[in-house]
Design a protein around this ligand. Sequence first.
Ligand code: E4P
Length: 221
Amino acid sequence: MKFFIDSADVEEIRKAHAMGCVDGVTTNPSLLAKVGRGLEETIREICSIVDGPISAECVSNEADELIKEGRSLAKIHDNVVVKIPMGVEGMKATKALTAEGIRTNVTLCFSANQALLCAKAGATYVSPFVGRLDDISQDGMELISNILEIYRNYEHFNTQVLVASVRNPVHVLQAARLGADVATLPYNVITQLANHPLTDAGIKKFLADWEKVPKAARPPA
Ligand code: E4P
């Protein structure tokens, strides 16, 4: 399973990238608002850090406008993937941009039928939002399982399942067990994956015991 980082914060992206686990990046208007920066300058800087798919989101409502916006986002850098909101207009834009060779990521997917449409329209990625479904007492991971089952039934579907709105390491574990193509993770979830209380306790004990090893018996620093 590929890991994308779900962030517009370039410092977070640098730190996660240095860990060797970042295959790509997803952004959205809320993440850009959080860092208070413009889309184009942020996407350019992200592309200079990570050599992988970088999702930049359209904010138009009509297909024609989405297509224009998508073309202009795709010009920022070869690695840009155009993020398009799910819906009738979004599907038209996805079909048109795909026909032009522009990669797309259909966002705000909350049902398997929406994901079915994304595959029919030729989307590169579909982003089902597991956390937001869990928030309303629906099972986000069941949606991932259903989409993967449907996509596996039809070999000609090439759309990749990008698990989004990930809130915790359990989501990551479940996504990987189900065989999702990608999970996009907030930075705090990436660091949570690296940590374990028994690892911390083990390091503490080894360091304490190391102090008991005679200094003369240690290799030179
Ligand atoms: C995905 O591309 C979205 O940017 C993101 O995962 C949304 O997550 P949220 O529900 O935590 O805002």
